[in-house]
Design a protein around this ligand. Structure first.
Ligand SMILES: CC(C)(COP(=O)(O)OP(=O)(O)OC[C@H]1O[C@@H](n2cnc3c(N)ncnc32)[C@H](O)[C@@H]1OP(=O)(O)O)[C@@H](O)C(=O)NCCC(=O)NCCS
Length: 239
């Protein structure tokens, strides 16, 4: 795929990546009621209602999740009824792959030393996530897409994987490197390997990152990601 066709790819699906994924390629990992949807427990906490929903859709989501549960609305700007208690707010940005990295920054041999991580490596993935805090990751999150890792003497020291899959796009997520293995290009290699796999399928990579994570933003920019929009991640407790 050329840069120009990448640049022309429709970005509208990225305005509601959770809803678009839950109603599309992740439908087999979704629970739905009316126009509300969320991932199966253990896969992800993200939930979706349509933008500007009516009270009935919030009622659907409350029924789906149960009372006093986390409604992780990801980047959805819709405001729930006043009895939904705010739990968290996090400023972030959505970045899309531009089609080219800065010269010398997208490793040519990205797949060298990279292994696919499956259900048998979940404990190690959870352990690495606990040490590095790249974002939410649960025992079944790896079912959302391909997860890749780098090992040092058989020990998992870095990983990255695919998460949300709205039509035409795949999100790169859970990018993390153990503190003692940083600065060796592991994250760059893993992101490059995922970019190559996603582009080879005729899709385009995107990702989300916390606004305060300036090191990660700089890394993604060197690898060819540009900011599409600023987002606010929000979570609420159901009444
Ligand atoms: C962000 C993170 C994944 C980077 O991992 P990494 O394997 O160190 O990244 P890389 O080595 O591929 O690239 C880091 C860049 O910083 C440079 N660097 C130099 N010394 C470094 C050091 N001690 N630590 C980190 N990076 C260093 C690298 O050379 C590289 O620059 P380059 O692209 O110009 O070559 C890692 O710091 C991390 O796990 N952070 C916590 C989790 C997180 O925030 N994840 C992102 C979620 S969106």
């Amino acid at each position: 795929m050329t840069d120009s066709t990448l640049a022309g790819r429709d970005t509208a699906a990225l305005d509601d990546p959770v809803g678009q994924a839950l109603r599309g390629r992740h439908a087999h990992l979704a629970r739905r009621l009316g126009r509300a949807a969320t991932y199966l427990p253990g896969v992800a906490t993200f939930a979706s209602v349509s933008v500007g929903p009516g009270a009935a859709e919030w009622d659907d989501l409350a029924a789906l999740l149960g009372p006093g549960e986390l409604a992780d609305m990801f980047s959805c700007p819709a405001v729930p009824p006043p009895d939904w208690e705010p739990v968290f707010t996090l400023e972030g940005r959505q970045m899309i792959w531009s089609g080219t990295a800065r010269p010398g920054h997208l490793p040519a041999q990205a797949e060298t030393g990279v292994v696919e991580l499956g259900a048998d490596r979940v404990a190690e993935m959870l352990g690495l996530v606990a040490r590095t805090s790249p974002g939410p990751f649960w025992p079944r999150t790896h079912e959302l897409g391909t997860y890749l890792g780098v090992q040092d003497d058989g020990v998992l020291v870095a990983m990255a994987g695919e998460r949300l899959k709205p039509p035409g796009w795949t999100e790169i997520s859970a990018v993390c490197t153990a503190p003692e293995a940083r600065g060796r290009g592991h994250a760059a290699r893993l992101v490059a390997a995922l970019v190559a796999r996603i582009v080879a399928r005729g899709e385009r990579p995107f990702l989300h990152v916390a606004e305060a994570n300036t090191d990660a933003i700089a890394l993604y920019e060197r690898l060819g990601f540009t900011t599409r929009r600023k987002v606010t991640f929000r979570g609420f407790r159901t009444p």
